[in-house]
Design a protein around this ligand. Structure first.
Ligand SMILES: [Zn+2]
Length: 427
């Protein structure tokens, strides 16, 4: 029967269900047109204009809007404000198409696919999954506008929270109404390839000293209440939220602090800031989270120790044993022992460029000694790695923003980053 129906519809590879969906969408579009035509949004001879004046009824004007059912033609009441010199259509606000022609429902679908895929494949995704045709340029415009609006809203909200004008509700307990025990703020930065105009005059890592990327700073906030069966800290399920910005550390710091307040900074017993050795991270922690425990990622510290050992290999009788002993000291958080072992070599005289390299490599440990008391943190049941935010740099940022051949403008990258952080947070 169904194959008969399919034949009579003359269908190719598309199944009957897909064809029926197309017909349903088309019928839905006509239904919506009819509904909107029953009430054309006339609200009497005068309405308020957004500028606070009075706009006068002029007549009815047509407009084609893009909806989740496809394009729909609407005739709606049109008012004119003489003071603004602009038209007002109250119906547009009800449809969420003020200043545009895409409904809020379709915009949400566009934002979802644009966060996942480049704009052209995002259009194909939308066509396949929802049966709606939107061209790549429009997807880009809508997603960029929505992402930037979300970023602006987040900044405004952060400002409100930090100035005390907005007081967020205390966070809900994760399990059985009990409050999470620890709040982690894990911070990192990663480069996003940008157009030449976005990096003009900025120092970078290219051989000629120029930059090809701009750093986006990412924070992953999560809570931890228990240890797992092996006695290791376990993230509270579904507790991770992300935020990212291309703005400088001070602005990023404000956003992160506001987000942490929303996550319970003032009520959760213990706050921990996790990061690599980058100095701006610890400046941010000192300024915005003065009471937090600061921890340098153990795994990056180990890598630094491998590099330090490599520098000293040429005068070490048993390099492997030396490294193993230092790694144990690092795991114990005994930075003084590492410094003493390296100091023994420094005394016997490693000078010149090699000596400076060794001194720089050692300084990473001595400068961060108080952030490397790993045995102590483990006893307290704390995470000692910033893997959550490093994975975030790869999955939330890199997977969409660091594809080869893509060069972003900062507004576009900001918009897509913001949408991706929202999606990753909701996941
Ligand atoms: Zn006006």
């Amino acid at each position: 029967m169904s194959s008969l129906a399919a034949q009579s519809l003359g269908c190719g590879p598309a199944g009957l269900d897909v064809l029926v969906r197309e017909a349903v969408l088309a019928a839905g579009g006509r239904l919506l047109e009819g509904l909107l035509d029953l009430d054309r949004g006339c609200a009497g001879p005068r309405v308020d204009c957004p500028g606070g004046h009075v706009a006068v009824f002029v007549g009815y004007r047509g407009k084609t809007i893009a909806t989740v059912l496809g394009p729909v033609r609407v005739e709606r009441a049109w008012y004119h404000c003489r003071a603004c010199g602009a038209g007002v259509a109250p119906r547009d606000a009800q449809l969420g198409v003020t200043g545009g022609s895409v409904t809020a429902g379709l915009a949400e679908m566009i934002d979802t696919v644009a966060a996942v895929e480049a704009f052209a494949p995002a259009g194909r995704l939308l066509k396949t999954l929802a049966g709606v045709t939107v061209d790549a340029k429009r997807i880009e415009r809508v997603a960029e506008a929505d992402g930037l609006a979300a970023a602006a809203e987040r900044s405004a909200r952060a400002g409100g929270i930090l100035s005390g004008k907005i007081i967020p509700l205390p966070p809900e307990g994760t399990t059985g109404g009990e409050l999470p025990d620890m709040l982690y703020v894990a911070v990192d930065g990663t480069g996003v390839p940008t157009r030449t105009a976005e990096t003009a005059g900025r120092a970078g890592k290219q051989p000629d000293g120029t930059a090809r990327t701009r750093e986006v700073k990412l924070a992953a906030l999560f809570t931890q209440t228990r240890l797992d069966d092996h006695g290791r800290p376990a993230r509270d399920p579904g507790s991770t939220s992300y935020l990212a910005t291309f703005q400088p550390p001070c602005e990023f710091g404000n956003l992160v602090r506001a987000a942490a307040i929303e996550r319970g900074l003032d009520t959760i017993r213990q706050v921990v800031v996790l990061g690599d050795g980058a100095r701006w991270i610890w400046g941010l922690a000192d300024t915005h989270f003065p009471a937090a425990t600061q921890i340098v990622d153990l795994f990056q510290a180990r890598e630094h120790l491998h590099e330090l050992a490599k520098l000293l290999e040429f005068i070490t009788p048993d390099p492997a044993a030396w490294l193993t002993a230092r790694l144990t000291e690092l795991d114990n958080g005994d930075i003084e022992a590492i410094a003493a072992a390296v100091g023994a070599y420094q005394k016997t005289g490693i000078d010149g460029p090699k000596g400076e390299q060794v001194a720089t490599a050692l300084a990473y440990f001595t400068a961060n000694a108080r952030r490397m008391r790993y045995a102590h943190y483990r006893r307290l049941g704390m995470f000692v790695g910033s893997g959550v935010v490093e994975a975030g740099c790869k999955n939330v940022i890199g997977a969409r923003l660091k594809r080869s051949g893509t060069h972003w403008t900062i507004p576009s990258a900001t918009a897509i980053t913001t949408l991706r952080c929202q999606q990753a947070t909701a996941a």
